[in-house]
Design a protein around this ligand. Sequence first.
Ligand code: FES
Length: 122
Amino acid sequence: MTSSPAPIRLRIQRASAGSPAREEEFEVPPEGAASLLDALRWIRIHRDDTLAFRYACINANACKECMMRLDGKVVYACLAKLQPGAVHTVAPLPNKPLVRDLITEIAPPKERLFAGDDEEEE
Ligand code: FES
């Protein structure tokens, strides 16, 4: 009898803008985690549909919107590989305004949409 590979454990930093960050841990089966992006999508489908992260091209590495930190290093989530049995930490980009969970504001201020009642910054 063969044993199945150990699950991957992701400790994910979560927060909304202006609220204190907390860490939540999720276990992902290796078959659901060909990349970090695949693991996050697996979590959103199977464990927590409120987990926020950004991507647009799904593993084509064309949109460049899936940047985040994996074990302290900035990576593209769609290219980053995970180790079965390992515990990985996942966090949003440093030095960028946080939107929620793993999403940071990446558009330059002049290119951002704003709500009609917001004051436009100069
Ligand atoms: S999902 Fe588009 S570059 Fe990673």
